[in-house]
Design a protein around this ligand. Sequence first.
Ligand SMILES: [Zn+2]
Length: 162
Amino acid sequence: MHNSILIRGLIVILLSFTISFSAKANSTSEEKQITVVFRFDDYSSRSSTDIEIKLIDTFQKYNACCTFGVIPYVCAGNIHDTRPQHIVPLTSVKADILINAIKVGVLEVALHGYSHQTIRESMYYGSTEFSGLDYNAQVNKIAKGKKCLEKILDTYPTMERL
Ligand SMILES: [Zn+2]
């Protein structure tokens, strides 16, 4: 799971670079300012802390900021296994890493689903945690995840990316 999460996170970062370079290529003015947004998804109690600390250190070194998409209650098994699974709440160690990075201005946090467990494969959305779930169940999962992050981080997630 860690490798797939890392790869997806890196893909998001690479896509950010691709978008920024495309914007530059289409620019007609040398003075046009380009904003690059970095996002790293799937931060959870089960993700690679070593890699995440290196990322945070790197962003701090270059005085840059990154958005971490945080899974508040990651599923205990394979995220693509649709059978019932236990959930693993964000640990205090992982929360402290986020809190410290937020304090120094390196990080902003986005809610990234609830458990990230696929509930079904969708023709339109691929692996999905929410598609096909009734509206109230979706709202409930999002509200629980948001409340968890607010409580742990003592701040509001700045965005929600599901
Ligand atoms: Zn994800």
